[in-house]
Design a protein around this ligand. Structure first.
Ligand code: ADP
Length: 326
């Protein structure tokens, strides 16, 4: 179980006045300001869960992950991961977590993967028996056989991510932190990596905390999201609820047989009226129903074609950020 209780983190940074004068002045008199990276953030994550930790850039995601990994100490509040205080018990704690951080690799670029794994075995002091068992099951789950003797230098990004995941799981951690695991991958590799994360979570019963900008990662992997913005926890709950909330945020494209410059339907606002295409959206209090709407249009105009556009996932998140002012 992971529990964050009222975690706050402030960074102290130096500021200097503009220009050369400011640069010289700052050499003698240092001015500081504090940045509130996290304010009073609390949440709990149960064993075996996959949670999407999302928010715009600068929201505080990395700071939270670093605190959970024991890389950073919070300014105030308490963080407990599987009974450990990550910062204070760092030495014994690191054996229980695995991490794949975006572009940073745990593997040596030029060494065959198996050699990097042997190195990780020594770093984590994994016994021969555990190492052999874990390597065998990871090779099966992630279909690594053909990659073990290749260096990352000769691999595709997707294959490298496979090996990164295996490397992070070799010591059989109970918690896995994944930072943007599908970034830069082509769409097929994204599907493969998502499948692998699911399998690891399922078969090795590992808790996964995932930061991502790709809402399809969330859609594929979990229904729980924690949304953070400007250092504050904004939402912790079901992703489906968020999607349902914006179900009515639609636009409707219409094609008519005639050109109608003063097109109007009760309860709908015209967003765009150009020759060949009219776009409308429901007014604030209108509950959209395609049959009622189509009948209304048919009653007044010669309708040729109709197309309803729902918000895609990225647009939903954008709406959410707007709503929470982040
Ligand atoms: P995210 O991962 O969501 O992009 P971060 O946790 O990296 O957000 O950053 C949160 C805030 O803290 C931002 O305003 C960022 O500029 C600031 N910040 C992050 N790391 C440092 C640091 N080492 N020193 C000063 N400010 C930092």
């Amino acid at each position: 179980m992971i529990e964050l209780k009222s975690i706050s983190k402030q960074y102290k940074v130096t500021v200097r006045d503009k220009g050369l004068k400011g640069a010289i002045k700052s050499m003698f008199v240092r001015k500081y300001k504090t940045i509130d990276a996290l304010c009073d953030v609390s949440f709990k994550i149960d064993d075996g869960e996959i949670v999407g930790y999302i928010g715009p850039n600068g929201a505080g995601k990395s700071t939270t992950i670093k605190i959970m990994c024991g890389i950073l100490a919070p300014t105030s509040g308490e963080c407990v991961v599987n009974g450990y205080d990550p910062m204070k018990q760092r030495k014994s704690y690191v054996k229980h977590i695995g991490a794949v951080f975006g572009q940073r690799s745990n593997l040596s670029w030029d060494l065959p993967i198996i050699d990097s794994f042997e190195l990780l075995k020594e770093i984590y002091r994994i016994s021969d028996e555990d190492y052999n068992t874990n390597l065998k099951s990871l090779t099966e789950i992630l279909e690594l056989e053909e990659l073990l003797n290749k260096p990352p230098r000769q691999m595709s990004l997707g294959q490298r991510m496979k090996c990164e995941l295996a490397g992070a799981m070799l010591h059989n951690p109970k918690v896995l932190f994944l930072d943007e695991p599908t970034i830069g991958l082509d769409s097929t590799s994204k599907l493969v990596v998502r499948d692998m994360i699911k399998s690891i979570n399922n078969k090795m019963n590992v808790t996964v905390i995932l930061t991502t900008h790709d809402m399809n990662d969330i859609e594929a992997l979990t229904n729980r999201v924690i949304l953070i913005g400007k250092g504050k926890l904004l939402y912790d709950g079901s992703f489906n609820n968020i999607k349902n909330k914006y179900r009515d945020k639609i636009t409707i494209d219409l094609e008519l047989y005639d050109e109608i410059s003063d097109f109007a339907i009760d309860g709908y606002e015209v967003v765009n009226n150009t020759p060949g295409k009219i776009t409308v959206k429901p007014c604030k209090d209108t509950k959209f129903n395609i049959i009622d709407f189509t009948q209304q249009v048919y009653g007044k105009y010669n309708l040729k074609d109709i197309n309803v556009n729902h918000l895609n996932l990225e647009e939903i998140i954008y709406e959410l950020y707007k709503e929470y002012n982040v």
